[in-house]
Design a protein around this ligand. Sequence first.
Ligand code: GLN
Length: 442
Amino acid sequence: MLKSKLKQIQQGKFTALENLLQFSKKIATPKSKDLNIFLSLNENAIDQAKAIDKKIKQKKAGKLAGLCFAIKANISAKHMTISCASKTLENYTAPFNATVINKLLAEDAILLGILNMDEFACGASGETSAFGPTKNPTNPELITGGSSSGPAAAIAADLADFTLGSDTGGSIRNPASHCGVTGLKPTYGTVSRYGLLDLAMSFDVIGPMAKTPEDCKLIFNVVKGQDNFDQASKDAPEKSPTHKNTIGLVNIKDFADKKIANLIEEQTKKIAKQHNWKIKKINLPLDIALETYYIIVYTEFFSNTRKYDGRRFGKKIEDSAGPEVLRRIIGGSEITKAEHDGKYYREALKARNYIKLQFKKIFEDIDAIILPTSPKLPHKIGGTISVQEMYNYDVTTVLASIAGLPAISIPAGQIDKKHVGLQIIAPQFQEELLFKLAKDFK
Ligand code: GLN
């Protein structure tokens, strides 16, 4: 989809400025505004588009010339308010560009603006933003999923060509699933985190969201790569894996809505037949997924938030953030208390290693793993669900995060007029395989 638009722009059938104005008009309609997707807009976008049109005429434009994108409010873009959808940082202006932003601008993509999200990326519904929940464009009564609520909704509502979200434990995949769009969580470290305001640095990864897997591939290939500003970043190794033509279908019945599990199984069987894949039923350690994830996330988040002390930038987080953020700060401070001698954190790290080993074993016989992106259908905005129920949204996504594996969510159909996402997980650095398999599902 984006490739054909790029061609049209290159051939002068459609200008970068026209593309921008089309999105700007749509973003400004009352219907779009009501969805609460954008937190702020880039005032320099028109000048940028005009400059890009000149470059196109001179045949000097970059690979993404004229495409318009928007970003989650935790990715730094110079001179823009990067609030993490929190009162704590509501007046914080980023002094520099994240590496991913520099890469996209260097290829002449145009930044439209900053998108709503769960506060500090803590959440799975898009409801914890201090600036109000993002509504699901496919049914505004429903949650978008989170925490990359704005990035998913912007694609579903056709308000950007592509967006960037961040995924710590599912935050790209989960809203992609609920909004009926595609979202890639890359291998941990393949995309620089420089300029990302972190939730938990050993999980966080920036990734693209768009209509199709091909579009996500286009953007991933621009933003990926080792970066001297991020010590954990790395290039993918050159060698290509040998394929076994076997897909692992996760036994999910005890953890997911039966209707969702059945839909994913049916779809997988159908496509497997068409493409001659063998299917192997597998088990993942889903029973320890949430405990492992949340103990590490609470600990890392608590440590990260110590810089929001009200002295350097923003307000003191304890005085200004919402309940979910405070829960994690209190929980993180408890877990890390000296008298516990690190025992909870150490146990969680042991479990993390165990989970990594399980994946390693599983991937000895199969190429990729398929399971639902989200174990349940989206609830109504404002519906009363418990903290445990909210955390349960993550049971299907956190394992790939714990092991640093790449995973993609693609639309798999609808149940009761609500979107269901299919998730594919691959071994580290095998994003290419994910794109290929995701394309086969069409
Ligand atoms: N829902 C998960 C959490 O609240 C994931 C968040 C994310 O990936 N940013 O931690």
